[in-house]
Design a protein around this ligand. Structure first.
Ligand code: WTA
Length: 665
């Protein structure tokens, strides 16, 4: 558990500061640093009183809570535990009879550019009808429902419908494989799968239902009673009689009214699987009350959301960002949001800018990887440069998922934001539920590449391995010292792993360990995230466990004897996956090596999903190991980067292997 010194060294010394314009400060909900500091002071003085006030102001409770925080079973913290509410009612029903009722909830832009508008009233009716269909098929409060859907209104409806009847959803990103689906279905004990026949991305029709069929056929999925299939395209897919039903079949005759089921505030709203340091993904369990409070509050704090905003978060609902800032936050805030089915580069790399112009987007939230790839495209083709579109509707830009390098930040600021829009570089994790360290657009002076300061009530700190606070300027481990409402509640089915992963005894057992390295600037105390300190990679903003990829590689038992996976920096994707592989046969070279590498990449795509395909695969007769047989990953990281080996190699069993691995590529 030590922060990588390389990562810290690579942090640029950044002196540019961009304070928000006076007009922005004046108009903002949290106005100026004084506004931010007042909230922090309130939260620090009486944290429980602070959260209780917000929970009463922002959420509608069918049964009010009397206790704000229950720490008696720490680190299994409980928030608002005796209160009852329904998440869907807080996103939809509460707007009925207000000016929001007939405003657009979703502006859906399909892959081919077709736009459909759904008002809050219509969305409520569709969610209610779907909720009735789920009930009619035996889905009950507390059941888990797996969602494997394309981006679109139906995916949001499916999630909201589960929430409406108190079923816990688990969304799996459409880029995961049949095997990954199978594992998640089994782990969650899901009773139903909601999917589509196909998804449309970049002009291509990609199967979803066929992957579900394959996942279910792998065994262990007896808990699944129903598969509900949205027919996104006209192409037919196989349907298993008795088990599979189309949306039109299940919705026919269902009422568009469905009273929301009140659940306890701690009721699991969803489970979302994410990668950790072991081969097995973790089912991050979130609550209903605390989670929803955070989704709503951060829409207001971080995005300063207003009634006339058009909000667009480009994340897929398969990731946490798509949960908090597509499926729940914007709806809880009564905002109009754009939901996009396709990819940023189709039909060309001007798609995002064209869509911002078309929908008059005011708040735009995307990932550094997308920005970097669009910079590259604009550099080589002027016609897709953002200057070709009218982006004057924009007022706030956001970044999420990985560190944004200052160069990309500056381009985003200049060419997309016209030097007038603050960029909120939001740091958070699946486990956090929503933003935890981020600038506030009308308050925080911005420094490119820095996520700046914690939100009010978030006791973020940087500590060493013993839990001791480190001074500004010193790199260490990022922790959060006090619980907050939207924090992870447990790892589904594995409370011991929850404690070990996030609340290690070395840090006292009640301090949340983020798993990221960070450093605070000497002058302002601003946080900069320096990258993961565990065996997790961040590739294009997607979290991948090195052990997961290693397990996938060695599962190819006819070919692979051993594998070690590390990350290396990549200009476009942030990090790239680099695999060192020892085959069961002699080490291949030349064409043959290329061929086997392709075979292994395709294998990993089948085992986990295309997003986990290693970029580099190097073959060796062996891996660098200590005499006790431990693989020396830090040496592999240097080789992957193409750096000379400067570390001590005296404990190495087989030093000659380093040259061989450095040469093979
Ligand atoms: C990284 C995504 C730097 C970090 C919301 C974290 C970031 C992991 C930022 C969580 C940021 C996320 N700056 N790094 N603004 N945002 N990260 O769970 O390493 O998919 O631990 O949640 O992404 O990824 P996750």
């Amino acid at each position: 558990m030590s922060a990588s010194s390389n990562a810290i060294e690579s942090v640029l010394v950044e002196n540019r500061v961009f304070p928000p314009a006076d007009s922005v400060v004046k108009a903002a909900r949290v106005s100026g640093m004084a506004g931010y500091e007042a909230l922090c002071a309130e939260a620090n003085k009486d944290p429980e009183g602070f959260w209780a006030r917000l929970a009463r102001e922002h959420l509608q409770w069918t049964k009010p809570f009397t206790q704000t925080l229950d720490e008696s079973k720490a680190p299994f913290y409980q928030w608002f535990a005796d209160g009852e509410l329904n998440a869907s009612a807080n996103c939809l029903d509460k707007h009925m009879g207000t000016p929001v009722e007939n405003k657009a909830a979703i502006l859906f832009e399909a892959d081919d550019g077709t736009v459909t508008q759904v008002t809050y009233r219509q969305l409520l009716e569709r969610v209610s009808q779907f909720a009735n269909a789920l009930k009619a098929h035996g889905v009950q409060q507390g059941d888990r429902v797996l969602i494997y859907m394309p981006m679109g209104v139906e995916g949001v409806v499916a999630m909201q419908a589960c929430a409406r009847i108190g079923a816990t959803h688990s969304v799996v990103f459409g880029g995961f494989s049949a095997k990954a689906l199978n594992e998640r279905i089994i782990d969650a004990g899901a009773v139903a799968v909601i999917t589509a026949n196909y998804q449309l991305r970049g002009g291509k029709e990609l199967p979803l239902k066929a992957i579900v069929d394959e996942g279910l056929s792998m065994g262990g999925c007896d808990s699944i009673k129903n598969v509900f299939v949205y027919q996104r395209t006209a192409t037919a897919c196989d349907m298993v009689a008795g088990r599979d039903k189309t949306f039109s079949e299940i919705l026919a005759g269902q009422s568009t009214e469905c009273p929301p089921t009140p659940v306890g505030a701690e009721h699991p709203l969803f489970i979302l699987y994410t990668s950790g340091s072991t081969g097995k993904p973790k089912g991050v369990q979130h609550s209903t009350g605390g989670y929803l409070l955070w989704a709503k509050v951060t829409m207001e704090w971080t995005f300063d959301i207003r009634p006339d905003d058009v909000f667009w978060c480009t994340a897929d609902i398969g990731w946490i960002t798509g949960h908090t800032y597509v499926a729940y936050g914007p709806l809880a805030a009564g905002a109009t949001q754009v939901v996009f089915e396709g990819v940023p580069t189709y039909p060309n790399a001007g798609r995002f800018w064209q869509m911002i112009e078309r929908h008059k987007v005011t708040v735009f939230y995307t990932a550094p990887t997308a920005i970097r790839s669009l910079i590259k495209a604009a550099d080589s083709d002027e016609s897709v440069h953002p200057k070709n579109w009218d982006l004057s509707s924009l007022r706030i830009l956001g970044s999420v998922g990985e560190p944004i390098n200052p160069e990309a930040w500056m381009w985003y600021y200049r060419h997309v934001g016209g030097e007038r829009c603050p960029i909120v570089d939001t740091f958070w994790q699946t486990e956090n539920g929503g933003h935890v360290i981020t600038p506030l657009p009308g308050a925080t002076p911005l420094v490119p590449g820095s996520c700046t300061l914690p939100l009010p009530g978030i006791q973020a700190a940087i500590v060493d391995e013993t839990g001791k606070d480190l001074p500004n300027g010193a790199g260490g481990m990022l922790v959060i010292k006090r619980p907050w409402p939207s924090m992870i509640r447990t790892i589904w089915g594995d409370p011991e792993r929850f404690k070990k992963s996030y609340f290690p005894e070395e840090l006292g057992g009640t301090t949340y360990l983020a798993g990221d390295g960070a450093v605070r600037s000497a002058d302002r105390g601003y946080f900069r995230i320096t990258g993961r300190i565990d065996d997790v990679l961040n590739v294009s903003g997607h979290r991948m466990g090195t052990m997961e990829i290693e397990s996938a590689l060695v599962a190819k038992t006819d070919l692979v004897a051993e594998a070690a996976v590390v990350g290396r920096p990549d200009d476009l994707t942030g990090e790239a996956i680099c695999a060192f592989v020892v085959l069961k046969r002699s080490r291949p070279t030349g064409e043959e090596a290329k061929q086997i590498a392709t075979e292994l990449r395709n294998w990993v795509a089948k085992e986990i999903g295309p997003i986990a395909k290693p970029k580099d695969i190097r073959f060796g007769d062996n891996l660098p190991k200590t005499r006790s047989g431990k693989i020396m990953r830090r040496l592999l990281r240097s080789i992957a980067k193409g750096e000379p080996i400067t570390q001590d190699t005296s404990t190495l069993e087989n030093p000659a292997i380093l040259d061989q691995l450095a040469q093979s590529n």
